[in-house]
Design a protein around this ligand. Sequence first.
Ligand code: MRU
Length: 349
Amino acid sequence: MTHFRTLEWTGSALRLLDQRRLPAETIYLDLGDAREVAEAIRTMVVRGAPAIGAAAAYGLALAAQRAPAERLLDALEEAAEVLRRSRPTAVNLFWAIQRVMDKVHANHALDADALRALVLSEAHAIAEEDVAVNKRIAQHGQSLVPDGATIIHHCNTGSLATVDYGTALGVIRYAHEIGKRIHVYLDETRPRLQGAKLSAWELNQLGVPHTVIVDGASGFVMRRHKVDLCIVGADRIAANGDTANKIGTYNLALVARAHGVPFYVAAPTSTIDLSIRSGDEIPIEERGADEVACVGATRVVPEGSPVLNYAFDVTPAHLITAIITEAGVVYPPYEEGLARAVRSRSEAR
Ligand code: MRU
């Protein structure tokens, strides 16, 4: 059982667990408008593709609540734009905003209170569906996780990165819940340490056996220990299966290929972006130099040495053994299978 809520609607505010303070402190922030939500996404109070999508949807609900009736539609368009600018790579952000705004446009003739209620109920639907979708991903993933498996995982893809349960970590925790004896090596995930700080915090609470390693250790761990599979999440999957995920994912996939270890991506269909053909078109966020140059409050890179801080990379489809979605496991070549998975989501709604 996890004893925290990544994000929660209080009735008048969006309550976020401040992930920057974990694992030392469990502190919640109540946000009252869309600009605060956008800032929380930008500064990574909330992070992880599905979680920022749901947070943005609630950001629109806050914008609707605060706007006077005569400005409601304009205020929603403005809030949508502010939220879209918060982070560029995870497509769930744009997907969730578009889903809410499509609902708004289709119902623009409603009176202000009805429209406010509609925006909020769409945000709730996005949040609730995310949990159900993750549990389906976890079940579909079991065919790929043998009893006794040793697994390498990158970044954080658990309850903290989603509304609850998780994607890749959801597959892992479900394997543990149904009694498989697994062991997980967690890449620490420089520079923000989502693996060391967040995934380890989650697996500790869940009682899943795990060991934290530095990102550069995965090759040697594969050589020294029997590793059965790698599993990671995704921020955006192009139509051909190329997958953007946390920086270091591509290296892990290359190392896995060199050792003959299967490399799986677990993601909801809301992470699949059929509007782009390949990973070359995925916008990759670059973050501030201090994330790399400083460890805590201490600068470790000499002043004057430039830093390049790509927050994500793209793993080419040919290095991915399969993609686990809520609609089932998709195998290469990916075009048809991913398109079918996305269609099944729209048909289900
Ligand atoms: O920069 P972050 O922490 O938002 O990056 C998160 C990741 O890259 C996750 O692996 C991805 O969003 C999948 S989360 C289910």
